[in-house]
Design a protein around this ligand. Sequence first.
Ligand code: TRP
Ligand code: ZN
Length: 465
Amino acid sequence: MNLRPPARTASFLLALALLSAGCSGGVEGTPGAAGLRDPYFPGLGNGGYDVTHYGLKLDVDPAADRLRGTATITARATQDLSAFHLDLAGLDVESATVAGRPAAVNRAGKEMTLRPAGAVEHRLRKGRTFATVVRYSGSPETLTDADGEKEGWLRTADGAVALGEPTGSMAWFPGNHHPSDKAAYDIEITVPEALTAVSNGELVSRRTEDGRTAFRWRTAEPMASYLATVAVGRFATEESVTPEGIRLFTAVDPESAAASEDVLGRIPAVLKWSAGKFGPYPFASAGAIVERTGDSTYALETQNRPVFPGPPDTALLVHELAHQWFGNSVTPATWRDMWLNEGFATYAEWLWAADHEDVPVEESFEEAYQNDANWAFPPADPPNAVDLSDPPVYGRGAMVVHRVRLAMDDDPAFFALVRGWTKAHRHGNASTDDFTAYVEEETGQDLTGLWDAWLYGESRPPGEG
Ligand code: TRP
Ligand code: ZN
């Protein structure tokens, strides 16, 4: 899935047309765009193709702090392509082929340009599906994201963990790193025998040879690249199946094991409760990766199994599991739509507290309403990339959801609407406009006043939960 190609000026188009006509009689196509013009990260992602599958083979040696990788990226050209981009931060590219032929590679910052060689009949015509194979290696970078947090490839006490929101996944594999281009993944990680490698999806096989173990993980459902993860370490692992048939895989750092046992035991109950509110669990498997306290400073809703920086409490577990519906299955169209992730995940915490801890939703709403930090800016319009993970995206986002519930004045209808929303965009992308249009259509109400006051307004509107 991909964003619309960015609008171009007529003169730019003309220049491109003349360029390609000049060297090939107009059959070679044009270069794919170097970015998808995301409102917060304009250079993120690339135009001209749509990835359907990533095959990642990674050899990870934490002691030597080295990664060696082969990425096989299957994509469909959405225009005639003379060249195209992948996003990759750091690492050394050893070779690249496109459609089975060697490709010229150019690196400039986080943009990698591939220019396939070969005769005209091998060109990447619109609609063609082609494979790109990139061999690379090095010591992957820990990036600092806009809000100052560490992302990308983080070293842990006994290994490493990859955290990708919003732009970290380019530190460990080349790809179309924008949430709008979701794809299936096969991730194989080979590590020293004493270590375990955990990733998204289901464990397909585990094979030890010559002191190294290869773990093969498969994600058949579409995944945005920021939700891909690899965790390497000395984990205690557990596998089971919920009564609903969801496969569970948990990996816990032994130092966090005792303190995590009770809360991880609640995963089946939280999934069942969540499915009652939000609709069927969207994936074949679930679980958790619990690191040692201090290995990371925040949790992340990595697909199927969120990463926790030490033993989580129940509210955090509920939050990260809610993201499997809101964010992971229904993925933001751009980073401006992130309140759809965090607003719903925060609202899930309020709902859990109401059902299990005797804290009425009105009380959670009131507490959020009184918190000045939630009123710094409108949730659907953060002023800057640094603000994307600030309180308004979470707390005020949840208030928007609650105001929709109040506007409907009918709880069964409200929860039916929430389930309809996750069903309508299951395994796809959705924008804020999609959401407001959906709510208005389902309720038959003009809710302009609600959106203006709670979603887009600069100041705190009067009102209660
Ligand atoms: N999405 C994470 C959560 O709520 C928090 C988070 C981690 C985050 N890194 C981020 C949010 C970067 C925005 C940007 O569980
Ligand atoms: Zn969240």
